[in-house]
Design a protein around this ligand. Structure first.
Ligand code: DGY
Length: 336
């Protein structure tokens, strides 16, 4: 008997076909107020769940007493309570690795466009306002040779550091709970305290996961420790920065600017004061959004779900310990 699986995202046809071949699949494009009851009904007999970009809280989990594995089509898993899933014996799979280089490209796009004011000046050209040689009032600041400070030296942090050091000759500092040997030996990266990175870096890049201990890590006080000419970049999760305090700091001219791919609330409301600030580059959470990478993420998530429902959580599992709780919850499925 094939396991029952609920899909809550639109995915490419080839990956949909793989899910349909492996599982009894119930499909939704997303979870909305309008279809929530239908999703709840489908979850009642589900062993697997796959999708992205929607919080999966207790109401949905309570509706799925036989759920064994969730596969999120993302590297971040802040839409879930991992301890709660572990307690229920549900394994959570995610997609690290396949999006590392693309997300680092996006972060570097933010560094370059913020420093060189590329978005602001491209808009000026499109408005037909380029009437003479650009003067000092529109000059940017150099990226090459400047110091980059990376908050979070995991896979993506390392990929950013590699671009910065090898491509742009930038000295690399980083703030991380542990030493990254590879970054230190190959990129001469220097591990430092948060305060040291804030004080010395010309570009401070947030590449940390959102956890209780990183939520609102950067507020007005931290931004005030940065150099007045420095630029803050966020390519991980909006809630790591206290957004109202960032807005206030930018309005007060505490730093040169910010490049942001992520926000406290997404989509960013059209009324956000961030949108009125010329020194802010705002992207619509496109870290991994290329054809190639989004396809690779879906394929990885499908592989992960097939493996997890066959009892294999050796790769890409956030909470392999959940398997120990399966017997306790009776949440077992013997299929495939
Ligand atoms: C991820 O994979 O976590 C990206 O931020 C998309 O949500």
């Amino acid at each position: 008997m094939k396991p029952n699986v609920v899909l809550y995202k639109t995915i490419p046809a080839d990956q949909l076909a793989r899910l349909q071949a492996a599982f009894n699949l119930t499909r939704f494009d997303s979870i909305t107020d309008a279809n929530r009851q239908e999703v709840i009904a489908a979850l009642r007999h589900a062993q697997g769940l796959i999708g992205a970009s929607h919080p999966i809280g207790n109401e949905l989990l309570d509706a799925a007493p036989g759920l064994r594995a969730i596969s999120t089509i993302s590297v971040g898993y802040d839409q879930f309570s991992v301890p709660e899933l572990t307690r229920r014996g549900i394994t959570l799979m995610h997609t690290p690795g396949v999006l590392t280089e693309t997300t680092a490209d996006t972060i570097f796009t933010l560094i370059l466009t913020s420093a060189r004011r590329a978005v602001e000046l491209a808009e000026l050209v499109k408005r037909g306002e380029w009437r003479r040689s650009i003067g000092e009032e529109y000059y940017g600041t150099d990226v090459n040779g400047k110091t980059i400070g990376i908050l979070g030296m995991g896979r993506i942090g390392y990929a950013v550091a590699k671009r910065a050091h090898l491509g742009f000759g930038m000295p690399v500092m980083y703030y991380n709970d542990k030493v990254n040997e590879q970054a230190e030996s190959l990129l001469h990266a220097r591990r430092a305290t948060l305060d040291q990175v804030l004080a010395e870096a010309d570009f401070v890049c947030v590449v940390l996961p959102l956890l209780p201990e990183t939520e609102k890590l950067i507020g007005y006080a931290e931004i005030s420790k940065m150099k007045p000419g420095a630029i803050l970049i966020n390519g991980s999760r909006g809630k790591i920065i206290n957004e109202p305090e960032l807005i206030r700091a930018l309005q007060d001219g505490v730093i040169r600017g910010a490049g942001l791919d992520v926000f406290e609330q997404e989509p960013l409301p059209a009324t956000s004061p961030l949108l009125a600030l010329p020194n802010v580059v705002a992207l619509p959470h496109i870290g991994s959004a290329t054809h190639e990478t989004r396809h690779a993420m879906v394929a990885c998530a499908v592989d992960n779900l097939i493996a997890a429902l066959a009892g294999d959580v050796t790769q890409n599992c956030v909470n392999p310990g959940a398997l120990r709780n399966v017997a306790a919850t009776g949440n077992e499925f013997k299929g495939m």
